[in-house]
Design a protein around this ligand. Sequence first.
Ligand SMILES: Cc1cc2nc3c(=O)[nH]c(=O)nc-3n(C[C@H](O)[C@H](O)[C@H](O)COP(=O)(O)O)c2cc1C
Length: 422
Amino acid sequence: MVLEKYIRIESNVIYIWWALEDRLVKLLGMRIGRRIFIGIVSSALITSIIDLRDYIHENRLIDLPGFSQGPNVYPEGIYTSQFHKKMLFSKISLDTLSKLLWAMQGITNPVLLFRTAPSAGGLYPVDLYVSNNGLFEGLKEGLYKYDPLSHSLLLVGDTAYPSSDLIMDVDYSRTAAKYGRKAKRYADIEVGHIYHNLFIESLVSRVYPQITSIVDSSDIGLHGDTSILVSFLGLEVSMDRLGKYSVEEILYRRRSRRVYADRDIDRETFETFLDYIYLVHAFMERVLGNGVEVYLNAVEIRGIQGGFYKVAFQGGGWQLRYIGPSVSRELYETCFPVDGFHQSYVLGGKLQLVVVARSGLEDSLTEHLLTGFFSQGIVLVATALGLASVTVGGFDNERLHELLGLKYGYDPKFIIPVGWPR
Ligand SMILES: Cc1cc2nc3c(=O)[nH]c(=O)nc-3n(C[C@H](O)[C@H](O)[C@H](O)COP(=O)(O)O)c2cc1C
């Protein structure tokens, strides 16, 4: 069974190699640099598959079970649910663990290898570990690494790390090669995206994923730089409302989309979108705290005056506070060209959101965690409404700070263009 899966994956990788070689190289005009790049990426993939072979032979690869979709509770059911933590009296089944790991980093496109959470440059700097102190049923105690490609656990150590059940191990060097100074910010924000996914899947599974501490990875014998330790508590949840999607389906559907149809956004969709963003914001306040705000640039929204607004969340809803005329061109120019891209799609959105974090500690993990958590909610609720979006982090911070007229201690983190998919 495991071997069958492994062979399937290995042949997929070889297929991807040929498909990439053939299509991309043609598309990119046979440039030697690109060819070498593709060669390196695909050989890294193949090497990782070959590494799996050792785990299989030594019986250290645990095939995670498949799972079925939960109830349709996304988004309203999830974000308005009432819950409180309690002691966890029973073990967590392997089926639940399988779902939680998939929600955090599972593969959603077996050819392009996209995952459930976005990642700057698709570099995926966060590794997941299961530290089984006896909480997970049918799994012997020890430390396991999650392998997204094969959706398996690899037994990497015989002793678990005490007082934690899941570990997100962040390796900044993976993003540093491409993003230099911004590497830490991007990788930390990704932790927030992943934590959001874990949270909403945990609610459905009736467990509470609590971050208990953040430590240097080397202190607990892991390979990355920073480790975020998560422990599960029990949870009583009541969900009075339903939603259109199951959590698994919405995670599966999310994708960064950069091409938008030339069609305005109707007022009803727009207002529902802001209602949902309000719910995400309130949910974040309940589970993590506050520290993130959002600006909105309206370009083509039926019945709404074009312009730049601050979105205020208060009194159980949202309000738009007009700041001035539309700044889409200026927003685009702040991205021009950062990280080597022009990001002209920022201009294509029928609206643009700007997520700003406010904190005393500039560029701290906490503020990035909030940013990622909130922004993941934004892209998921956009997906639930059939809207297309992408979280753009590649802009000149000082220019955007100035454009928004922000005070010291406020830092713009994402521009998110939104429109209908084309
Ligand atoms: C911190 C962060 C920064 C990002 N910055 C950009 C960006 O500047 N421009 C862009 O087009 N996409 C950006 N993305 C989106 C990634 O390119 C995208 O997630 C990745 O290609 C994987 O595709 P997927 O989101 O469809 O799974 C960013 C994502 C994250 C998490």
